[in-house]
Structure formats: structure tokens, C-alpha cells
Design a protein. Structure first.
Length: 262
């Protein structure tokens, strides 16, 4: 890892009327990290992800990605920089096929440029063949190749999670924001998702995951950010955070008791 952070969240705030959903949250992540964002319901985790991804405007603070201040940027501009997010509830294009879902995510398609379409149609066709090959290879990696011609709406909940992650990979990200990727997924598919996430991390992608599966967090994540009441409560390794009285009191109390009882 380098000394320069890939993501810096500095005193970020967002309110909805009188509700301070995010209230001065700060942390930074190094390139190559597999980091988790945890905390009780209502802590502001999803709101923070929306702020980082540009889906909501900041009311205060700054967000930097790879050293560039992206505060106030639009979601598509942020994604074009390599910072891509998925959603708490999978958002596939239901009436497109699984293959088409991946193809629409590929950046910089030559056939989308009007002059190429009019004057150099062969360039667009060659690019389309390249993208189809890349998409099929990605689907094969994620175990979705057999469903490539099925409509996305027919997939199971776990398969939709895999599809969303595969689609994010097609955008060639430098960093992925995953909002509860393990939610509603059976244990076998949880292990499969964890395997893909680790493989992508080994390939150079940085991750920040909103996650309630603390077993996965402790097993897989090398950095944890704890939020409570819209603020950063603590950061570090999960094993160390279990010994932090503030973290135990705000979030881990019941879970810690269960671990001791077991």
C-alpha cells in the first residue's frame, strides 16, 4: 500500500430537515484495502455511501478520491473516475438479458459516439465484439455464463447480487462501494461473494463495504470504520474494536455477549 489515501472523507455532514444523518464523519482509506463500514441501524452508513458516490449533495465537509476533491460531483462523473457503487437492494435492468446488463456498464464505447456511428461504423462493431468477449468472460468468472441470455428479472436474489458485482467490474473501477452485499444471501453464496471480492482486491481494487455480517468482516476485512449517530466512532481491526468500550456500547454489546456465551 502507498502512503497516499485513495479515499478521504473529511468532516462530512448531511441533514434532512432537523435530522443529522451524517454529522462530521471523517476517515481515510489506503489503496488495496478491503474495508468495512459498520454501525447500528440509523448510524448514517448508507447516507454516507450516497454522499461519497454523489447521489446526495454534501452540506459540509470534503471528499477526495485519489487526491482529487470530488465534493459536489455528479454520480456519473465520479463513476467515470473509477469510484463505483452498488446498492442495498440490487438494481438490475430486469428486461435486459444478463449479458446486456454487463454491456451497458462498459465505459467509453466507440459505437456511442455519433461520428464513429456515422463515419466509422466498423470501429463500433469491432469494439462491440471486444466488449461482448469481455462480458462473457466476466460472467464466466462469476458463475453466470449459463444465464447470459436470460432476462435479469428471472435471477434469484443471490444471483442478482453476483450480477451487480459483475456489472460493476465491467466499468473498470479503482474502488467499489458495496452497500450490504451479503444481505439476504444464503451462506454458500456468501462464501462465493467473499471469494470474488477477495480476488478483485488482489487484482488491485479497493473496497468499502457497508456490512452487518461481522463474521465476514472479522475474517476478511483489514480495516473497519465504525459509525454511530452520523459520526466516526472508531477505526481499526475488528479484533481491536471488540475491546473498545464505546464500540461495544454503541453496536457490539449484544453480539459480544453472544460470543462469550457461545
Amino acid at each position: 500500500m502507498t502512503d497516499a489515501p485513495i479515499l478521504e472523507v473529511e468532516n462530512v455532514a448531511r441533514h434532512f430537515g432537523g435530522l443529522k444523518a451524517v454529522d462530521g464523519c471523517s476517515f481515510s482509506l489506503q489503496p488495496g484495502m478491503l474495508a468495512a463500514l459498520i454501525g447500528p441501524n440509523g448510524a448514517g452508513k448508507t447516507t454516507l455511501v450516497n454522499l461519497v458516490a454523489g447521489a446526495l449533495p454534501l452540506h459540509a465537509g470534503r471528499i477526495r478520491f485519489q487526491g482529487t476533491d470530488i465534493s459536489g460531483w455528479s454520480p456519473h462523473r465520479i463513476a467515470a473516475q473509477g469510484l463505483v457503487r452498488t446498492f442495498q437492494i440490487s438494481r438490475e435492468w430486469p428486461r435486459l438479458t444478463v449479458l446486456e446488463n454487463l454491456l451497458v456498464a462498459a465505459p467509453g464505447q466507440q459505437g456511442e459516439r455519433i461520428w464513429n456511428a456515422l463515419l466509422r461504423p466498423g470501429l463500433g462493431r469491432a469494439d462491440d465484439r471486444r466488449l461482448v468477449a469481455e462480458a462473457l468472460d466476466t460472467l464466466d468468472t462469476f458463475g453466470l455464463y449459463a444465464m447470459r441470455n436470460e432476462y435479469a428479472v428471472t435471477l434469484s436474489g443471490g444471483q442478482k447480487r453476483l450480477l451487480e458485482l459483475a456489472r460493476a467490474v465491467m466499468s473498470h473501477p479503482r474502488m467499489l462501494l458495496l452497500d450490504e452485499p451479503m444481505a439476504g444471501v444464503n451462506p454458500a453464496l456468501t462464501d462465493q461473494l467473499a471469494h470474488h471480492i477477495e480476488a478483485l482486491r488482489q487484482g488491485g481494487i479497493t473496497f468499502l463495504l457497508v456490512e452487518h455480517n461481522l463474521e465476514f468482516v472479522e475474517r476478511s476485512c483489514d480495516h473497519v470504520v465504525v459509525m454511530a449517530l452520523g459520526r466516526t466512532l472508531a477505526t481499526g481491526l475488528m479484533a481491536d474494536l471488540r475491546q473498545n468500550p464505546e464500540v461495544v456500547g454503541a453496536y457490539l454489546g449484544g453480539e459480544s455477549v453472544e460470543r462469550v456465551a457461545g
